[in-house]
Design a protein around this ligand. Structure first.
Ligand SMILES: Cc1cc2nc3c(=O)[nH]c(=O)nc-3n(C[C@H](O)[C@H](O)[C@H](O)COP(=O)(O)O)c2cc1C
Length: 188
């Protein structure tokens, strides 16, 4: 979707870089491979996220081959599976449970990743709807890691590739005004 089209749905209250508005989470993905250097650049961006004590608690398990993607499909919930099967790359985001901020830090890394992807013309869509215990077992993830989200990465496809119910939702969402999130002086 072009910047002009996204602007029909999203208008910032204050001036920001257009990348923040242009990143959104579509469900229609083309069955088109992402070149290695573009795919790795999104993880490179995540690498440079700040973290408490620079512990970099995030880890990403990537699935690109049919065999690996099928393993992921086995633990993704039905509502997500019906659109994410065409995505050429899936990754599960996990964090090592050390210190008090591993989840916070890993969320930052995901944010960086998603913005870098948008900058490269790639779409990302995070999913909390997956069976974590099954994913842990299938991927052999040790207990000292928390599982946060599976993400789909690829090129945005056409809306009409989706089932009708999903076509209705295939557009950038809005946000509440910034003033409703920022409180000055004390909690209000
Ligand atoms: C941790 C997390 C879990 C999410 N889980 C799902 C999910 O299971 N299925 C889905 O379709 N979208 C999921 N989303 C996408 C959000 O619904 C989406 O980011 C939000 O509505 C804002 O829309 P935008 O990303 O297009 O700006 C998830 C996003 C995050 C960050």
């Amino acid at each position: 979707m072009s910047e002009t089209e996204v602007n029909k749905y999203r208008q910032p209250d204050y001036d920001i870089d257009p990348i923040f508005i242009n990143r959104w989470s579509p469900r229609s993905f083309l069955e088109k491979e992402v070149p290695e250097k573009d795919l790795m650049s999104v993880f490179e961006a995540a690498r440079w996220a700040p973290s408490s004590m620079n512990k970099q608690p995030w880890r990403f398990i990537l699935a690109r081959t049919n065999e690996d993607r099928e393993k992921f499909h086995s633990f993704i919930m039905e509502g997500n599976l019906k659109w994410c099967e065409t995505a050429p790359a899936l990754a599960v985001i996990i964090s090592k449970k050390e210190g008090g901020s591993h989840a916070f830090d890993t969320g930052t890394a995901w944010g960086y990743l998603a913005l870098q992807a948008a900058q490269k013309g790639l779409a990302t869509h995070a999913m909390g709807g997956f069976h974590k215990d099954k994913a842990r077992e299938v991927l052999g993830i040790p207990e000292e890691y928390d599982l946060h989200a599976v993400i789909a990465i690829g090129y945005q496809g056409e809306k009409d590739q989706l089932t009708e119910d999903l076509q209705e939702r295939e557009q950038p969402s809005d946000r509440r005004p910034v003033k409703e999130s920022v409180m000055e002086g004390s909690f209000k």
